[in-house]
Design a protein around this ligand. Structure first.
Ligand code: DX5
Ligand code: ZN
Length: 219
């Protein structure tokens, strides 16, 4: 299990210190939530901030774009230093083209699905996706409650990936806690995003161990 802490719940005024603390605590990924106030009812940050963070961190930048028509900005995020770019299926009219754009820009392509979007919608894209993100809350804010039917969706996606013979990773984002970690990993989650259940619970090395111990309980 890879834990990808969401900077949305970090101290925005001390991003450098937060990034250094994550790296020192043994984290490998960091989740960057980009919101445009249009696709989701909240605004966060974009390529200039990610570029500034890139100068201070060697973590794997897992960029979750909650923006309309993200194809317009793929090159900007790649130039800013994104390692993985995840776009929402609901925000792209020509999703295959956007995934190809991400790969052409030298980043790992990923697609995110809102809670109500069926996993079948990305079935034919699986071979070209590094990761699929299943939203387990309606995107826009940290600290929301995990939507239970996501667990069924996760099992369906896992079976679909297995049947297709792909090695696409599954990421779960929203309402992830040490309490539901074992069930999520048992159902096939490879990467867990955690915002509010991670930040605010220092020291980060101990918090990482808590999530890892929970993941080790998976069946
Ligand atoms: C929500 C974001 C999440 C958010 C998760 O729209 O995509 O990444 O930070 O926060 P928690 O873990 O608090 O649900
Ligand atoms: Zn996210």
């Amino acid at each position: 299990m890879i834990l990808s802490p969401s900077m949305l719940s970090s101290d925005f005024a001390n991003m450098q210190a937060e990034l250094e603390a994550l790296e020192a605590a043994g984290l490998k990924w960091v989740h960057l939530d980009v919101m445009d106030g249009n696709f989701v009812p909240n605004i966060t940050f974009g390529p200039p901030i990610i570029k500034a963070m890139r100068k201070r961190s060697n973590l794997f930048f897992d960029c979750h774009l909650m923006i309309e028509d993200p194809g317009r900005y793929i090159q900007d995020f790649a130039d800013a230093g994104a390692d993985l770019i995840c776009v929402h299926a609901e925000a792209c009219t020509h999703l295959e083209r956007v995934c190809a754009q991400i790969a052409d820009a030298g980043c790992k392509p990923a697609v995110s699905l809102n809670p109500h979007t069926p996993v079948e919608s990305i079935k034919y894209l699986l071979p070209q996706l590094h990761m699929v993100l299943l939203m387990s809350v309606n995107p826009g804010f940290g600290g929301q409650k995990f939507i239970p039917f996501t667990m069924d969706k996760l099992r369906d996606l896992k079976a679909m990936i297995r049947d297709a013979g792909c090695d696409t990773l599954i990421q779960i984002d929203g309402g992830v806690t040490p309490e539901n970690t074992a069930e999520l990993v048992s159902a096939g989650a490879d990467v867990l995003v955690s915002g509010s259940a991670f930040f605010g619970h220092p020291p980060y090395d101990e918090r990482l161990k808590t999530f890892e111990a929970a993941a080790a309980q998976a069946k």
